[in-house]
Design a protein around this ligand. Structure first.
Ligand SMILES: C=C(OP(=O)(O)O)C(=O)O
Length: 286
């Protein structure tokens, strides 16, 4: 089994500060991620006007919007760090704005039913990762059909539980296999659990091909207090453990390994059950 793609989701933790965004990218690379992901939304095109009119809290999210001018330097920084750059579009024109920069599109769980967005991402010909939080299998089926019909040839689905945070006992990781066998494409896990055990289980038991997780740098990001974001040291340890565990798989051929070679001669000799072998004991007699 190969290592999953770890995707650091910056979400609204960037403070609209380019230097802080760069720190996210550098940190994602340093902790072992293969990709970093941002979100491109405009509050007026995210929530219905009657909802915004009555919700100062949602209107205040204007301050969380990622400036479009950041896209080029962010993509450049990712290239320098040798990791992929991605971003989730939340309005139709965002698909076009992202086109020159992203290695793949990510579509969020909340947008799974929005066919126009699915079609626009698929039509670019770039790989698409689609999250499936809150969805039924039939709803996922409709989105997959839409993406494939519109030309998507490289699709990954992410099982996701859209709780912020998601309790481990509701993560239902076995659905990774249900989704994979139904749609025949790679399936990963979009983590909101902030549980090392859940990520290890998603990778080793359910063979998640990708793991997306929310990252904050130090607990000062807008979303940190909600409780679904990882800090760098925590996720670094998880990624390192995944890599250590995968390296322990070996080939399956049962043969002595180099670390065992010296002790092979110190097993019990078949003639009397004593260690080491007789011919080694001769050296001790002299
Ligand atoms: C919210 C997002 O994804 P998910 O549904 O996987 O949490 C996102 O990609 O911005």
């Amino acid at each position: 089994m190969s290592s999953p793609l770890f995707v650091a989701e910056v979400s609204s933790n960037h403070h609209r500060d380019l230097e802080r965004c760069f720190r996210f990218i550098d940190t994602a690379a340093a902790v072992g991620c293969g990709a970093v992901k941002f979100q491109l939304f405009r509050v007026e095109e995210l929530f219905a006007p009657e909802v915004l009119a009555k919700s100062p809290v949602l209107r205040a999210r204007k301050a969380w919007e990622l400036p479009v001018e950041f896209l080029s330097p962010l993509a450049e920084r990712c290239r320098k760090q040798g990791i992929q750059f991605s971003c989730t579009p939340f309005y139709l024109q965002a698909v076009e704005e992202l086109l020159p920069y992203v290695d793949f599109y990510k579509i969020a769980s909340y947008e799974l039913l929005w066919n126009d967005l699915l079609r626009a991402c698929a039509a670019t010909g770039k790989p698409v990762i689609l999250s499936t939080g809150m969805a039924t299998l039939d709803e996922i089926g409709g989105a997959v059909e839409m993406l494939r019909t519109a030309g998507c040839r490289d699709l990954t689905l992410l099982h996701c539980v859209s709780g912020y945070p998601a309790p481990p006992e509701e993560c239902n990781l076995a659905a990774i296999e249900t989704i994979r066998s139904r749609f025949g494409c790679p399936v990963g896990w979009s983590d909101h659990s902030v549980s090392p055990a859940v990520i290890q289980r998603a990778v080793h038991q359910w063979e998640a091909s990708a793991v997306e997780f929310h990252l904050d740098l130090e607990g000062e990001g807008e979303e940190f207090a909600t409780g679904h974001c990882w800090l760098p040291d925590g996720i670094k340890a998880v990624i390192a453990d995944v890599s250590t565990a995968l390296s322990a798989d070996g080939t399956g051929e049962k043969v002595p390994t180099p670390v065992e070679f010296p002790d092979r001669e110190w097993r019990a000799d078949p003639s009397d059950g004593l260690r080491p072998f007789l011919h080694v004991r001769n050296e001790w007699n002299g």
